[in-house]
Write a protein that binds this ligand. Structure first.
Ligand code: ZN
Length: 269
């Protein structure tokens, strides 16, 4: 008797498993799930109730320019986010330590600035782990944000990186194209024109013109009423977007850079 009963239970369990277990594997829920997850992992800007913005500086630290920038930021009492390269962190850990000590956020921009969209997950892991360790060694704290070089990253990598390292993937909505070295006045005018509440402003602390542009740029942003926070602080301020989904709030420049991979399509980030 017990054998038949056991058999019945097994068959019933199998039927239930097939009936209910099949559903998540069907294509429809996968398609609807992806955009929801996408909105949570990647940010070009943040919808906030207030005049908050995040200034970000990539590719450093630079031995000469980053300390100058830190002086300017200290004079303005402004906190920013540095997306550093691991190989530069190991060369100048004291500069990164100073930035962290002065309240700035230190985030990962990879070890050596490769194009992630063309790499194996093993290479991606190595780039991120070495940078994570270098930042931790310099500051005693691991990063929680990652910005892909060139803004180039596949959908699969975004979610893998988020799952594996816990990073949010940060792009931008304001791009002054300072890597083309257009001169401080142009860098300033582009930032002032494009920045709005919730903006994430991209620039680089490895170009002299960018550093030269900063005192007046920061003055004028302050005069417009903007308040400066780190990217993590900006993310924490996110308020629900109505009536559009988050993707609609994405800025045009970063949206252009976000699709995987035309190398050099946005060489500056
Ligand atoms: Zn970069």
């Amino acid at each position: 008797m017990s054998i038949y009963r056991l058999l019945f239970i097994c068959v019933a369990t199998l039927i239930i498993t097939v009936a209910f277990g099949a559903e998540p594997a069907s294509p429809t829920p996968r398609e609807t799930r992806a955009p929801t997850k996408e909105a949570k992992v990647t940010f070009n800007a943040v919808h906030v109730d207030g005049p908050y913005i995040a200034m970000t500086f990539d590719d450093g630290p630079s031995a000469t320019l980053t300390p100058k920038l830190l002086d300017i930021l200290a004079a303005h009492h402004i906190k920013v986010t540095f997306f550093v390269l691991g190989e530069n962190v190991t060369e100048h850990p004291e500069i990164v330590a100073r930035a962290a000590r002065e309240g700035h956020e230190i985030a990962s921009h990879s070890w050596s600035h490769p194009n992630f969209a063309k790499m194996s997950l093993e290479s991606v892991r190595s780039q991120l782990q070495r940078t994570d360790d270098a930042i931790n060694n310099a500051t005693g704290k691991r990063p929680t944000l990652f910005r892909p070089p060139y803004g180039s990253i596949t959908e699969r990598e975004k979610h893998w990186i988020h799952d594996e390292f816990g990073y949010d993937v940060i792009l931008w909505d304001v791009d002054p194209l300072d890597w083309k070295r257009p001169g401080p006045a142009i860098v300033r005018s582009r930032i002032l024109k494009e920045t709005r509440p919730g903006s994430i402003v991209l620039s680089h602390d490895i170009h002299p013109g960018t550093i030269e542009a900063m005192p007046s740029t920061l003055d004028q942003l302050e005069a417009k009423g903007f308040k400066f926070v780190t990217v993590s602080e900006l993310l924490a301020m996110a308020s629900p977007v109505t009536p559009y989904p988050k993707a609609e709030a994405v800025g045009k420049t970063a949206a252009k850079a976000a699709p995987p991979a035309v190398p050099g399509s946005s060489p500056g980030d």
